[in-house]
Design a protein around this ligand. Structure first.
Ligand code: CTP
Ligand code: MG
Length: 380
C-alpha cells in the first residue's frame, strides 16, 4: 500500500457553471443535503488511502467556498484560472511548492459522488503505471453529427478522479503546447508520452453539468415506525381524533388535547427516524403543552423528517373504540393529516375498529390508536 500521506486529492472547483445556470456556480449548490464541493471533499476525506486534499477555487469565490465547506478543516484553497486546465496546473504548482506528493488524484468538484472502490482501483493501478483514469463503455449507439455511425466498442467515456504519478503529470502540464485547452488530464499525460490505463468507472461519478442534473433521484432507504397510544374517557362533550373535533358525550383525558390518533402517528414518525418518542420531545411535566393542540406534535415530527432529508411516503392510523363512530369523520381525518404532513391524501389512511366490547376499549373506558409510518431517508 502506498504511503497515504503522499497521496493528494486535487479538486478543481474554479468554474462558473455556465451550463447549469442558477444564482451560484454549481459546485456551491446543494444536492442530497450537501454542496457539490463538500460531497467531493468528503469522498476523499473519508477514504483511508488519501492523505491530503487541495481545492482550487475561482477568483472571488472565497466566501461562497467557505460557506459551502461548512467548517471542514482542509488546507487553504488555491486560486484557479480561466480554463479547467489552467486551474489544474495552478493546483499542481501549489502542491509542488508546498513539498510535493507521490500520487495526485485530480477530480472535478462537479462530480459529487465518488465511490471509494474507484479510488482503490486507481491507487492500485498506479503501482505499475504513471496514469490511470476511470472509464465506462459507451452503451448508446454512437454517430457523428453528420449522421454516420461509428463503432462504439472503440470508445469509452472518461471520468474523474484521474490518478497520476505527481512528477509525471506536473511535467506533462508544464510541457503542454496544445492550441486548444485539454478537457481532462489524461489527454495531457498522453500528449507527454504516457500510457493511460483505464480502470472501471462508475455511473455515480456522473458530472453535474445542466440544471436538470440537480434533480438526480436520490438512493433512499425505507424506514418504518410504529406508534401506539391510549387515553381514558372523562366528563366532557367532545373528543379530538386525528385532528378533527367530534361532538361526543364524553371527552378524552390528557395533558394536551388527548388526540390519541395524532399521538400514535407522531410516535410512528419519530420511530421511523429513531428520534425517541413524543414524551421526549414534549414532556407531560412541561406546562407549556397543557391543552396543546396535537397537530403541533405532528408538525414537529414532520419538521424533524424534513431536516433529515426524509420523505414521508405513507401513514396508516387505526382507531380502536366502540364510540364515537368514526366512519362519517374518516374523510375529514385523512384530509387533516395530509394537510399537517403536507403529503397527498392518497398517502394517508385512517381506519377504525371496535374490540367487540372486550377489554378497556370494549367497555368504553378509553380509546386506543395504532399508527405506522413509512419514510424514505437518504442513504447514510
Ligand atoms: N473548472 C475549474 N476552472 C475552470 C473551469 C472549470 O476548476 N476555469 C472546474 C469546474 O469547477 C468543475 C470541473 O472543472 O468542477 C469540470 O468543469 P465543468 O463541468 O465544465 O464546470 P464549469 O466550467 O464550471 O461549467 P460550464 O462549462 O458549464 O461553465
Ligand atoms: Mg467548463
Amino acid at each position: 500500500m502506498p504511503d497515504q500521506s503522499r497521496i493528494t486529492a486535487l479538486i478543481v472547483a474554479a468554474g462558473t457553471g455556465e451550463r447549469a445556470g442558477g444564482d451560484h456556480p454549481k459546485q456551491y449548490r446543494t444536492i442530497r443535503g450537501k454542496t457539490l464541493v463538500a460531497h467531493a471533499i468528503d469522498a476523499f476525506a473519508d477514504h483511508p488511502g488519501v492523505g491530503k486534499i487541495r481545492v482550487v477555487i475561482g477568483k472571488g469565490q472565497d466566501a461562497a467556498y467557505l460557506e459551502a465547506i461548512a467548517g471542514r478543516n482542509i488546507e487553504p484553497p488555491v486560486t484557479g484560472g480561466a480554463t479547467r486546465q489552467e486551474s489544474v496546473r495552478k493546483g499542481l504548482e501549489e502542491i509542488a511548492a508546498s513539498g510535493g506528493t507521490d500520487i495526485v488524484l485530480i477530480h472535478d468538484a462537479a462530480r459529487p459522488f465518488t465511490p471509494p472502490d474507484v479510488i482503490d482501483r486507481l491507487i492500485d493501478a498506479l503501482g505499475s503505471t504513471s496514469s490511470a483514469v476511470p472509464a465506462l463503455p459507451v452503451v448508446d449507439s454512437l454517430a457523428r453529427t453528420d449522421g454516420s455511425t461509428v463503432d462504439r466498442s472503440e470508445f469509452v467515456t472518461v471520468q474523474t478522479p484521474q490518478a497520476f504519478r505527481f512528477e509525471a503529470i506536473l511535467a506533462a502540464h508544464r510541457a503542454w503546447t496544445g492550441e486548444q485547452p485539454a478537457t481532462d488530464d489524461a489527454a495531457i499525460a498522453r500528449a507527454a508520452g504516457h500510457t493511460v490505463e483505464l480502470v472501471k468507472g462508475d455511473p455515480a461519478l456522473k458530472k453535474i453539468t445542466f440544471a436538470e442534473d440537480f434533480a438526480m433521484p436520490s438512493p433512499t432507504v425505507t424506514r418504518t415506525g410504529l406508534g401506539y397510544d391510549v387515553h381514558a374517557f372523562a366528563a366532557g362533550d367532545h373528543v379530538w381524533l386525528c385532528g378533527v373535533q367530534i361532538p361526543h358525550e364524553r371527552t378524552l383525558a390528557g395533558h394536551s388535547d388527548a388526540d390519541v390518533g395524532l399521538h400514535a402517528l407522531t410516535d410512528a414518525i419519530l420511530g421511523a427516524l429513531g428520534e425517541g418518542d413524543i414524551g421526549d420531545h414534549f414532556p407531560p411535566s412541561d406546562p407549556q403543552w397543557k391543552g396543546a393542540a396535537s397537530h403541533r406534535f405532528l408538525t414537529h415530527a414532520r419538521d424533524l423528517a424534513t431536516a433529515r432529508n426524509a420523505t414521508i411516503h405513507h401513514v396508516d392510523v387505526t382507531l380502536i373504540c366502540e364510540t364515537p363512530k368514526i366512519g362519517s369523520h374518516r374523510a375529514a381525518m385523512r384530509a387533516r393529516i395530509a394537510e399537517i404532513l403536507a403529503i397527498p391524501e392518497k398517502s394517508v389512511s385512517v381506519k377504525a375498529t371496535t374490540t367487540e366490547k372486550l377489554g378497556f376499549t370494549g367497555r368504553s373506558e378509553g380509546i386506543a390508536a395504532q399508527a405506522i409510518a413509512t419514510l424514505g431517508t437518504l442513504e447514510e
